[in-house]
Design a protein. Structure first.
Length: 162
């Protein structure tokens, strides 16, 4: 199925209900899902295989950000970068390659590049920005925002990959 076909594909109620089970615990057995939804186990297995083949889902482990960052109370940091337009894509790639950056994208609007990271403190964010981002060629200015209290972070929403 091509990208055009996949974008037209609609998930039906059964697919959606299977996805709800998998988003809570991807290790749940096909038999458990089938019993709960009053379906045959083979139906569930086939639906999951099709969803994977169509690249609608990818079953994977999601690590706890506290373990990944080695911070007990990590804060999400938003790093808006103004860059020289002639080297925008190279600068964005260098920012995306930084170890502490968890998300990076080129943007339309206030910033040319947006990076997201998790930090333990404002001091750590300042070090990253001053020592690593501002040191990159093509970076003109950096604006930071620090989330001090997360109200909602739904890790099940999805993972954006290149």
């Amino acid at each position: 199925m091509g990208v055009e076909d996949m974008s037209k594909r609609q998930l039906d109620d059964v697919d959606t209900r299977i996805l709800e089970h998998l988003s809570r615990d991807a290790r749940v057995s096909n038999r458990e899902i089938a019993e709960d939804l009053s379906l045959a186990e083979g139906t569930v297995r086939g639906r999951i295989k099709r969803l994977q083949a169509d690249k609608v889902i990818k079953i994977m482990a999601i690590a706890d950000v506290r373990v990944l960052t080695q911070h007990e109370h990590p804060m999400m940091a938003y790093i808006g970068v103004h860059a020289e337009l002639a080297s925008l894509h190279q600068t964005a790639r260098k920012i995306a390659d930084l170890d502490f950056v968890r998300f990076a994208a080129t943007m339309l609007g206030r910033y040319d590049i947006l990076a997201i990271s998790f930090v333990a403190s404002a001091e750590e964010l300042i070090e990253h920005v001053n020592d690593e981002i501002l040191a990159l060629p093509g970076v003109k200015h950096v604006d930071t925002k620090l989330a001090i209290k997360s109200l909602k972070y739904d890790y099940r929403w999805g993972r954006i990959v290149e």
